[in-house]
Design a protein around this ligand. Structure first.
Ligand code: HEC
Ligand code: HEC
Length: 495
């Protein structure tokens, strides 16, 4: 009786686990976030940022391909042992069987944890990483269940064939899950340098590698443009498929000779003409099947960089031998290799831009509203005030408190002076009429005082913009003919 209950419980748990993938798949479909659910899950657990885990995590993570084969091997051994025990009706395999399963369980946990460290870099294909990550967890869970289930029987004499069969089924499920997980894992893996890329320097040096170079370190201007900027750029974006490990399109771009040689096509670079160079054309083409790198267009800055590199080169010497200090590299390109791998355009960056865009829209709206409000106010003020607006009483105080300091007798910022009638109507640096009698809309001064604080040209540039009321008065004054008494001499009365 008791055992029946137990078996039913186990069956329920199994069904639940069997349903897990569909639960996750459903969740993923409903919320198409940029950061894969698995990456969010593990970064939250280890307190890291998606895309920016500590280097040490990445170092450990890269050993995952080594660790992950142990649980698979152990599980396969356990599976055959159990099958054999059932077939030959033997009972003396219990301990080794249980031992294998236990090891498989522990190593599968380690493999999942190390794999999570890799996933935290968030520069893999989102679907693959989700399937692989969650699949790995499910695999571990199944192995764990098989193990603990077995453990609960190891000392009793009650183990019946049915128990062994349940074990076998669980393991069979696990092996199935594993075959999918393994397949995705294969698609995610890379070449051999990969393992040591983030190793501590003593390990890198001990294994005959160059010490780790921080991509954020300042670039030595003695290096050539190619060494300092182009090669690291190609390393980051292209070597994966165009170097010794893989030569897609028969092309290698990891040495100067190979770049000059080209791939299926020769002459990839036309001196001085990026637009005619296949090397650049493939980065900007609309054709999704042709574009390089194939996973999607590089960010604008990257493309501009290559365009600049080719456009400014009259010959091969310019391409490959110009030193950074002589090449006049535009400042924005000096950081070209600092940013993270551009593969993740769907992740961090776009959300930022979206926020920025949203902000811009809101700001634009706010500006419009202010402009409208002040226009309305101006109009309302114009009616009653138009005839009556008194320059000395209404407008001069505004100029004196907010403008004369910079546009008076002492200083004439922007070559514009406005403290006396003889100057106020003469344009300054801009050569735009500051005050057009009767036409506030055509008056450059009005345009400047109606700008918002974040506009570089706003007047006054310091101490906050004029109030809508003050602007309205100035507009009304201009509308009414901008009468400026010839004997008036405005004084700076700012504090
Ligand atoms: C994920 C793999 C992958 C990456 C990364 C990649 N390429 Fe390619 N590339 C290919 C494949 C595949 C072809 C062959 C296409 C074909 O033959 O239709 C190719 C072809 C090319 C060719 C045409 C070669 C010829 O002679 O016809 C150029 C040029 C090229 N790639 C440049 C680049 C550059 C530059 C980068 C980095 C910015 C890059 N690729 C990154 C896979 C890749
Ligand atoms: C803190 C100093 C300062 C104050 C206060 C100031 N301005 Fe200016 N103003 C400048 C500077 C600097 C420029 C030149 C801007 C430029 O073009 O680079 C300038 C340019 C101008 C111009 C354009 C001149 C031209 O033709 O290029 C106008 C019109 C103007 N100011 C009007 C005003 C008015 C009206 C006020 C008061 C509401 C004011 N300014 C207050 C510093 C000031």
């Amino acid at each position: 009786m008791k055992e029946n209950k137990r078996n039913i419980t186990i069956l329920l748990v199994l069904i639940l686990i069997g349903m897990m993938p569909s639960v996750f798949a459903g969740a993923a479909a409903e919320t198409p976030e940029e950061v894969p659910s698995f990456v969010r899950f593990v970064t939250a657990i280890f307190g890291q940022e998606p895309g920016e885990p500590h280097r040490f995590f990445i170092f450990l993570g890269r050993f995952q391909p080594l660790v992950l084969h142990l649980p698979i091997g152990m599980l396969v051994v356990a599976f055959f042992m159990q099958a054999f025990a059932i077939w030959k009706k033997r009972d003396d395999f219990r301990f080794p069987y249980c031992f294998c399963l236990g090891c498989a369980f522990i190593f599968s946990i380690i493999a999942v944890v190390f794999g999570s460290f890799l996933a935290m870099q968030n520069d893999y294909n989102a679907d693959l990483i989700n399937r692989h990550g969650w699949g790995g967890l499910i695999f571990s869970a199944l192995v764990g269940i098989a193990f603990f289930y077995k453990l609960s029987y190891i000392r009793s004499d009650h183990e019946k064939v049915i128990h062994k069969k349940i074990s076998l089924v669980v393991m069979f499920l696990a092996l199935n899950v594993m075959s999918f997980v393994g397949h995705d894992g294969g698609s995610l893996t890379h070449g051999e340098e990969y393992l040591f890329q983030h190793a501590p320097n003593f390990i890198r040096v001990a294994t005959g590698r160059e010490p780790w170079k921080d991509p954020n370190a300042p670039i030595d201007p003695e290096l050539t443009v190619y060494e300092g900027l182009v090669a690291p750029f190609l390393d980051k974006n292209c070597y994966e498929c165009h170097s010794n490990a893989k030569m897609k399109g028969k092309l290698r771009v990891d040495t100067i000779e190979f770049i000059q040689k080209g791939g299926k096509n020769e002459g990839l670079i036309v001196h001085g003409k990026a637009d005619d160079s296949l090397f650049y054309q493939l980065m900007v083409t609309d054709d999704e099947d042709e574009i390089m790198p194939p996973e999607g267009m590089l960010p604008q800055l990257d493309r501009d960089f290559i365009k600049w590199w080719i456009d400014t080169a009259k010959n091969d010497a310019d391409l490959f031998e110009r030193r950074i200090k002589d090449a006049n590299v535009p400042a924005q390109f000096m950081d070209i290799n600092k940013r993270k791998k551009s593969k993740a355009p769907a992740h961090a960056k776009p959300t930022e831009t979206k926020v920025e865009e949203a902000k811009a829209v809101v700001e634009e709206k706010a500006k419009e509203e202010v402009a409208k409000a002040s226009e309305k106010l101006a109009e309302e003020m114009l009616k009653p005030v138009a005839g009556k607006v008194d320059f000395l009483k209404d407008v001069a105080p505004i100029f004196e408190s907010r403008c004369i300091k910079c546009h008076g007798e002492k200083k004439q910022k922007g070559e514009y002076r406005m403290d006396k009638a003889e100057f106020a109507f003469t344009a300054g640096d801009s050569e735009e009429a500051p005050i057009v009698k009767g036409d506030p809309a055509a008056s450059y001064l009005v345009k400047l005082i109606k700008m918002t604080d974040d506009d570089d040209d706003v007047m006054p540039p310091k101490g906050g913009v004029l109030t809508a009321d003050q602007i309205a008065k100035i507009e009304a004054w201009i509308k009414a003919g901008a009468e400026f008494p010839a004997d008036a001499a405005l004084q700076d009365k700012s504090e």
